[in-house]
Design a protein around this ligand. Structure first.
Ligand code: SF4
Ligand code: SF4
Length: 389
């Protein structure tokens, strides 16, 4: 990356954000079509002795919807008594659940989803192969992050996202008791990717993750030092406590009040700016500015997938590890790592290892090539290893 002045860094940051907003607005218009949400079912009318057909007429539910909800086989089934399908409350729960699933289906752009998953697989595989052996210069990293932000965010939009698979699954289940199978499949695929290669999907594929990463790197020179102000490493005990507390709060709000507390300030909406309210604009603007100084603040402090993925990271196959036979304990990797994770991996003096975003910086600054991103098992440093520093 060419050396940047503070003014140049701020100019690049502003240009990037404005360009993303403008290009995303155009992209959403080009894709067009699907509504964001469908109206929730209103209060249902149920009267004693009514048939399914009468129930449909009273609640503006067309016959195909009745067929879907009650599993009707033939037209004469419409004359069946509603009471055969359970008590009033059971029928209401059934209708809410089935209509929620229909709404999920109707609001998805399936063509775009298939393209996005195909793009995720090919881009992540390409980056994995490309970066596995060769050193990743700041310029190459910036290019890869920008490419992913453009492809997975601007072109392919805010949905789906790794975060959405956790957030929307909890909210849907809390409000309707429904589980949307395609979302479960997507979540399984994302977690499988974490199992295979640490947080590779977050590192190089998540549209908001890569954007925060890119902004953080914009504020660094070639020696990974901040150009504007100082870059801080949040203590993991703090950031993870906030992240756990936030997920608990989100879950309680979803089950107790049917509210999605992330919705008003969901940062993924940056890629569909016309759906952002004032609260969202202020929050996302603040988050992006914060990203200049703190590495991936949304991922570390709020993201539900960030938290779930962090648990799965514990059993990831490919990950960062240190060869203590050649490590000279210079600590360069720990200093250059954008968060506290490399310190924890290197020293193993803490029980918990924070999130690693597979950025390859630690590996590339190591003067003795003692760090690998591979399936090698992590070992403990020999006793007194760091005394030689
Ligand atoms: S942790 Fe960050 S990168 Fe991963 S899904 Fe959440 S926002 Fe995206
Ligand atoms: S510098 Fe190394 S340990 Fe730190 S986030 Fe990047 S890959 Fe993970």
């Amino acid at each position: 990356m060419p050396q940047s002045s503070p003014t140049g860094t701020i100019a690049k940051f502003l240009t990037l954000v404005v360009a993303i907003v403008i290009l995303s607005t155009i992209s959403v218009r080009i894709w067009g079509g699907k509504p964001e949400t469908l109206p929730a079912p209103k209060q249902l009318t149920i009267t004693a002795g009514m048939t399914l057909q009468e129930f449909g007429q009273a609640n503006a539910l067309p016959n195909p919807a009745l067929k879907e909800i009650f599993g009707l086989q033939q037209k004469t089934d419409l004359q069946k008594k509603l009471a055969e399908y359970g008590s009033d409350s059971q029928i209401k729960a059934l209708v809410v659940k089935k209509l929620a699933l229909v709404a999920e289906h109707e609001t998805k752009n399936w063509q775009k989803i298939i393209i996005k998953f195909a793009a995720w697989f090919s881009v992540l595989a390409g980056i994995f192969v490309l970066f596995r052996k060769q050193s990743v210069s700041p310029a190459k990293r910036t290019f890869a992050l920008l490419f992913s932000a453009l492809v997975f965010g601007v072109v392919l939009g805010s949905d789906p996202s790794p975060m959405g698979t956790v957030k929307d699954a909890i909210h849907l289940f809390a409000t309707s008791g429904a589980i949307f199978p395609p979302r479960l499949i997507a979540l399984t695929v994302f977690l499988l990717l974490v199992f295979l290669a640490n947080k590779y999907i977050c590192s190089w594929g998540c549209q908001i993750g890569v954007l925060q990463d890119l902004i953080f790197r914009l504020n660094q020179n070639d020696r990974y030092k901040a150009v504007v102000g100082r870059q801080l490493k949040l203590p993991f005990v703090f950031s993870n406590a906030v992240r756990i507390g936030f997920l608990v709060l989100f879950t309680i709000a979803a089950f107790a009040w049917g509210t999605d507390i992330i919705e008003p300030f969901d940062p993924f909406k940056l890629y569909k700016p016309m759906h952002m309210g004032i609260v969202g604009m202020v929050f996302v603007g603040g988050l992006l500015v914060l990203s200049l100084f703190v590495y991936r603040p949304w991922c570390h402090l709020f993201c539900p997938f960030g938290l779930v993925g962090w648990f799965v990271e514990k059993i990831s196959l490919a990950k960062v590890s240190v060869d203590y036979d050649t490590c000279i304990a210079c600590g360069k990797c720990e200093t250059a790592c954008p968060s506290t994770v490399m310190g924890a991996i290197l020293r193993r003096d803490k029980k918990t290892i924070p999130d690693c975003f597979s950025c390859y910086v630690c590996r590339d600054v190591c003067p003795t090539k003692s760090i690998s991103y591979s399936t090698r098992k992590r070992t403990l440093p020999p006793a007194g290893h760091f005394d030689k520093k």
